[in-house]
Ligand binder design. Structure first.
Ligand SMILES: Cc1cc2nc3c(=O)[nH]c(=O)nc-3n(C[C@H](O)[C@H](O)[C@H](O)COP(=O)(O)OP(=O)(O)OC[C@H]3O[C@@H](n4cnc5c(N)ncnc54)[C@H](O)[C@@H]3O)c2cc1C
Length: 451
């Protein structure tokens, strides 16, 4: 079986591993990745102060070392290669393209200077080539981060961390420099619903209380009406409430930075000053309603306030990008699928030989480890559906490389990536860091051309 996997994040690598481990069929995997570098959000999303999490790439290295695996980096589906090309060259296709679009607040003023989607800020500090030129102006003292998930926590933590705590990490050099000169002293994390509905994970929430030089601040009445467990509790919600309660009794020191947590508020307008930069965020207080199915909805009360901030980072979710030829579910904003089998979004009929894994399948839910069983599950479908498919004759496996070459695409192999990896690690040693990332695709390609 010859299988194309599009995307080299965790879901793509776990699918590759499950396929290459099969003993019933010999599987050849070609993994296409739009960047010259692998690993998706492990490289470009996971925060630099979580280096231990990035060690998971060692597992992916082992998969990449298998003899029937090829990495085709710097190849974008929809630009360099089409779905039709893939159908001709492979028996099956797995889309593992993640969620590269962000959801918007949909309020007036959202596009003004210093109102920047958290995705951009995160890509910028992680050295993602798409965001290396993002204008992140840290000359302001107060920032609002809108959203109650781990992405909001990451953005707030990186804004407030002492730069010395980041020096040894793989944070992009341009971001480290900007953070050294940052004037940010206060960050507000804003949630539309209550503490009980926040989707922070407890480890990440607790970390907010453990940073050097930062006090988390939560007014006790924010927890009014919440059932706080007596002991630590076992569910995410109970653990979060316990941690939040501990924040309410902390005495903030005057000279330390401040991280405020605010609940039951919705932004209604980003306010600009006379230069067109953010100077405030209009907030409406919410009341919560529990629906019969248990979901909790926020409704505006009409009570307004203006939060004076100089920057707004919306972190309100992600969506899969539309790729030409790939069926898209407009409601879920994922690749249209039934349990990982790609389907026509209108009549829900399966598209033979096409599958989807990871965030492109489910939306932005789940940590890295959760993709392993989920990708294995989809691979089981592939093997059930694909019995006998290998009898279909395909072009020679070098044909796809020739096609890309004809189109002027410089394909980056895994060995090429390893050369870039070595260079980044050596550059990193100069500042005592895990690595110093190359953030420019042209620079990466020109290094690789110097053989
Ligand atoms: C800011 C942030 C921080 C996070 N921190 C943690 C954490 O600390 N711990 C944890 O466990 N989880 C964390 N997560 C979650 C974790 O990163 C995701 O669960 C996981 O990366 C999703 O895997 P994926 O393979 O579906 O997508 P991704 O990791 O996004 O990989 C998708 C890949 O597809 C490529 N691609 C996209 N379009 C194309 C195309 N057209 N052609 C070719 N290639 C394409 C992309 O370049 C990318 O490499 C974090 C997520 C975010 C956003």
């Amino acid at each position: 079986m010859h299988i194309a996997i599009i995307g080299s994040g965790p879901a793509g690598f776990y699918a590759a591993e499950a396929l290459l481990k099969r003993t019933d069929t010999e599987v050849h995997v070609d993994m296409f990745e739009r960047l010259p570098t692998p690993f998706g959000l492990v490289r470009g999303g996971v925060a630099p102060d979580h280096q231990n999490i990035k060690a998971v790439t060692r597992v992916y290295d082992k998969t990449a070392a298998r003899p029937t695996f090829r990495f085709l980096g710097n190849v974008r589906l929809g630009r360099d290669v089409t779905v039709e090309d893939l159908r001709q060259h492979y028996h099956q296709i797995v889309y593992a393209v993640g969620n590269e679009d962000d959801r918007r607040l949909g309020i007036p003023g959202e596009g003004i200077a210093r109102c920047t989607p958290a995705t951009v800020f995160i890509g910028w500090y992680n050295g993602h080539p798409d965001y290396r030129h993002a204008r992140i102006d840290l000359s302001v003292s107060r920032v609002a981060v809108v959203g109650n998930g781990n992405v909001a926590i990451d953005a707030a933590r990186i804004l407030l961390r002492a730069p010395a705590e980041l020096e040894k990490t793989d944070i992009a050099a341009h971001a480290l420099e900007a953070l050294r000169n940052s004037k940010v002293r206060e960050v507000f994390i804003l949630g539309r619903r209550g503490p009980e509905q926040a989707s922070f994970t407890p480890v990440e929430l607790k970390e907010l209380g453990e940073m050097e030089d930062v006090d988390p601040i939560l007014a006790p009445d924010e927890l009014a009406g919440c059932t706080i467990p007596a002991a630590e509790g076992s569910s995410q919600q109970e653990k979060n409430l316990k941690i939040l309660q501990s924040f309410t009794v902390r005495q903030p020191a005057a000279n330390r930075k401040k991280l405020h947590l605010r609940f039951r508020v919705s932004p209604t307008e980003v306010i600009a000053d006379s230069n067109g930069n953010v100077c405030g965020l209009a907030l409406e207080k919410n009341r919560l309603e529990t629906l019969p199915d248990g979901t909790v909805r926020a409704h505006g009360t009409g009570e307004m306030e203006i939060l004076e901030v100089g920057m707004v980072l919306p972190a309100v979710g992600f969506a899969a990008e539309r790729i030409a030829g790939v069926p898209y579910d407009e409601k879920a904003r994922t690749i249209a699928n039934e349990d990982g089998r790609v389907v026509d979004p209108i009549n829900r009929a399966a598209i033979p030989g096409e599958y989807v894994v990871g965030w492109a399948r489910t939306g932005p839910r789940g940590l890295i480890g959760s993709h392993k069983p989920a990708s294995v599950h989809v691979v089981e479908h592939m093997m059930t559906d694909g019995a006998g498919l290998e009898a279909r004759a395909l072009p020679d496996s070098s044909a796809i490389l020739s096609l890309l070459h004809q189109r002027g695409v410089q394909v980056v192999s895994f060995d090429d990536w390893k050369r870039l990896d070595d260079i980044e690690v050596v550059r990193g040693e100069l500042r005592g860091a895990a690595r110093d990332k190359i953030v420019d695709i042209e620079a990466m390609l020109s290094i690789l051309n110097r053989r």
